[in-house]
Design a protein around this ligand. Structure first.
Ligand SMILES: Cc1cc2nc3c(=O)[nH]c(=O)nc-3n(C[C@H](O)[C@H](O)[C@H](O)COP(=O)(O)O)c2cc1C
Length: 184
């Protein structure tokens, strides 16, 4: 067997979970998430796209139930319960979020921080970030958070695509997203 074959097979048909956090169903972030999904499916991956902004996912209570009696389970029985199994099976995690006040919007922060109960998603090896804003030069906070989460979870940062006002829903941005998918 060719030495690269197993690596190729292992990486070829991955479970990809995209968390789309904009409340605007036909907005710029939703478009980016759809483009990523289309490109990834065309490449043969299994993709699940969840709009987390339409879910009821509260912030972490820091009650530490999960690290004691809960044995890894969160005490809050909200819509995060639907996400935990998807997170557990994901091999690639894509965060898609608009910039609100110079950082990733709140709707993406809650599901990330609720992973505290298990510390890290078990099978995720790679992550990507899709981010939209109105203005240029507003991505430092989001990029720093994303980079640090990748490092903390020991996953590969496959890259970030951003789209400010004049880059939204353009062929150039679609191309960047396709290139990002090709990094998998
Ligand atoms: C509450 C709120 C805060 C925002 N803060 C910023 C900001 O700090 N910088 C910026 O460039 N755009 C900001 N925007 C604009 C959005 O990031 C921008 O319109 C983005 O494309 C929206 O993505 P969507 O179409 O997926 O909802 C803000 C929008 C809202 C609703």
């Amino acid at each position: 067997m060719h030495p690269n074959w197993q690596t190729f097979k292992k990486n070829y048909n991955m479970n990809i979970l995209i968390l789309q956090a904009s409340p605007r169903a036909k907005g710029n972030t939703a478009w980016m998430a759809e483009e990523y999904k289309n490109a990834a499916e065309a490449a043969g991956h299994n993709v699940t796209l969840v709009n987390v902004s339409h879910k009821h996912i509260a912030g972490c209570l820091a009650c530490e139930y999960c690290h004691g009696k809960g044995n890894g389970a969160c005490i809050q029985k909200d819509d995060m319960q639907e996400l935990y199994p998807l997170m557990a099976e994901a091999e690639v995690l894509v965060l898609a979020a608009p910039i609100y006040y110079f950082t990733l919007c709140a709707q993406i922060q809650a599901p990330i921080q609720r992973m505290y109960c298990v510390n890290a998603p078990a099978k995720v090896k790679k992550m990507a970030l899709l981010c939209s804003s109105y203005s240029p030069g507003v991505y430092d906070g989001a990029m720093a958070e994303f980079r640090d989460i990748c490092n903390y979870w020991h996953v590969e940062n496959t890259g970030v695509v951003t789209a400010k006002i004049d880059e939204q829903k353009t062929d150039a941005t679609r191309r960047k997203i396709i290139d990002l998918v090709s990094e998998l």
